[in-house]
Design a protein around this ligand. Structure first.
Ligand SMILES: Nc1ncnc2c1ncn2[C@@H]1O[C@H](COP(=O)(O)OP(=O)(O)OP(=O)(O)O)[C@@H](O)[C@H]1O
Ligand SMILES: [Mg+2]
Length: 465
């Protein structure tokens, strides 16, 4: 059953119950008020009559005289009866003459005790009557019983009409509001259908789909925008994955092509031992490169899966940095590149020493690779708030501003970098970023094209609690 149907049904049921209760209360209050009014009118009439009779009570009352003297006694909608002290009719008004309404036993007994009685009766013609019997006493003795009565037919008619109106109007109200509810639920749920349709199209693989629901801040609007955000993220992710596999195969294909070409060429005709040797050496170089790529990819995918465990412990960063400085001497030997330590504060952080070395090695490897021959690389270590700040500064080719946000992406290499150093896969900084984030730190770059780059790494000084 659809939400729309369920909403409408719930709504209709609730409304029907409310209407029934409401109609019941109206009917009951109305009936009570009408009856009270009749009783009050009867009491008023009885009082007037008794006052008028005060001087003339007794068995010799003549109704015609009474009605002449007291015209209010002959009211059209009320009749009067005066009973003698034994309960027999003495006088009754003209409008009752045709009917026999004897005094009931209860009313007579109550009159003997001096109490007035209200009664409702229904005659043979099924006309309902309301009767009030009031005793008239003289010197402590019951002399007469005055009875005032009136037909309840007008009240019953009114109540009947009211009931009929309620019985007809309530279902109409329920039906109208069901239709309204159906319409409103449909309108409110319309964006949900749009979301479903969009989700179906997306499920077929089209991640460019978005929901075009009106951008409101209600539940549906939030659902639509959350959904759109999610699809946008998925789209980026899928694009990255596709890009990643394309890049990975491309990076692996180059060394494979070289190895294959050289091997085929060498096998084409018999050659000297030295020639084979040089081909094998070149192949080994390419194989090294391929295995490095595969190792790095494996590392990154294991990092993505959360399978890489860090071996936490205190790390003396200044010592690590001194060691890295020596490594730069080895790395930059061919091109006369040196590293200097400027401003080194003795610092201990909590982390995985091997990974932190790898991080710094990647950074200085880049600095050496993208420097000009004879350049100097500066390494520094100091404190910044709750963080240790490591900086690797070079005066090499620099990075264009539009490329800076992308250099931490896997396989991304700037064109200038490709031209400057053809070795490299573009995975080094991606690994650096992972290591820094695994240490709850941050890495960023500040660089000017053709002037040099500064890579800053922030690592928390406190140990994780
Ligand atoms: N110090 C630097 N100076 C200029 N450009 C740099 C520097 N460090 C990184 N880059 C740019 O960032 C890109 C990505 O660096 P990354 O270390 O990830 O890859 P790579 O050094 O090219 O290859 P490898 O996987 O061998 O490290 C580089 O190709 C280069 O364009
Ligand atoms: Mg690198």
């Amino acid at each position: 059953m659809s939400i729309r149907v369920r909403l409408t049904l719930w709504y209709g049921t609730a409304l029907a119950i409310i209407l029934v209760i409401f109609a019941g209360i109206i009917y009951f209050v109305m009936a009570q008020a009408l009856h009270d009014r009749v009783d009050a009118a009867l009491q008023d009439a009885a009082q007037v009559a008794i006052r008028s009779l005060e001087d003339r009570f007794g068995p010799f009352l003549i109704f015609e005289d009474l009605s002449r003297d007291f015209p209010e006694l002959a009211l059209v909608d009320k009749f009067f009866q005066i009973f003698g002290p034994t309960g027999q009719v003495t006088i009754q008004s003209a409008n009752i003459k045709s009917r026999e309404i004897p005094l009931s036993q209860t009313a007579f007994q109550a009159a003997l005790k001096g109490q007035a009685t209200f009664e409702s009766i229904r005659l043979r013609e099924s006309i309902p009557f309301r009767l009030l019997s009031v005793p008239i006493r003289y010197r402590g003795r019951l002399v007469n019983i005055l009875r005032v009565g009136t037909s309840l037919q007008p009240i019953e008619d009114t109540l009947h009409r009211l009931l009929l109106t309620l019985v007809i109007a309530s279902p109409i109200a329920v039906i109208v509001s069901l239709l309204g509810g159906w319409f409103l639920a449909g309108r409110a749920l319309c964006p949900v259908d749009a979301i479903t349709l969009a989700a179906q199209r997306i499920a077929t693989g089209d991640l460019t789909q978005r929901i075009t629901a009106p951008t409101s801040s209600d539940e549906i609007g939030r659902l639509a925008s959350t959904f759109n955000d999610m699809i946008a993220r998925l789209e980026t992710l899928f694009r990255q994955i596709r890009q990643f596999s394309a890049d990975a195969s491309h990076e692996l294909r180059t060394p494979l092509t070289i190895t294959k070409g050289e091997t085929e060429l060498a096998l084409r005709r018999p050659r000297q031992v030295e020639d084979y040797r040089s081909v094998l050496e070149s192949n080994l170089e390419e194989i090294d490169r391929m295995s490095r790529i595969v190792d790095e990819l494996l590392f990154l995918s294991r990092a993505d899966l959360g399978e890489i465990k860090l071996h936490w412990g205190p790390v003396q960063l200044d010592e690590v940095l001194a060691h890295i400085q020596q490594q730069v001497t080895v790395l930059g030997q061919d091109r006369g590149i040196q590293a200097t330590l400027t401003d080194v504060t003795p610092t201990t952080v909590y982390g995985d020493e091997l990974r932190l070395r790898e991080l710094l090695l990647n950074l200085v490897d880049n600095a050496v690779k993208y420097s000009h021959p004879g350049d100097t690389i500066e390494l520094s270590l100091n404190h910044m708030g709750a963080y240790a700040r490591l900086q690797v500064i070079d005066h090499g080719i620099g990075i264009a501003p539009e490329e800076q946000p992308r250099i931490f992406d896997r396989f991304y290499r700037a064109d200038a970098a490709r031209a400057h150093a053809n070795k490299g896969t573009g995975l080094g900084l991606a690994i650096c970023k992972w290591i820094v984030e695994a240490h709850r730190g941050a890495i960023h770059v500040h660089s000017t094209l053709n002037a040099g780059s500064c890579f800053t790494v922030l690592l928390p000084l406190s140990s994780p609690s």
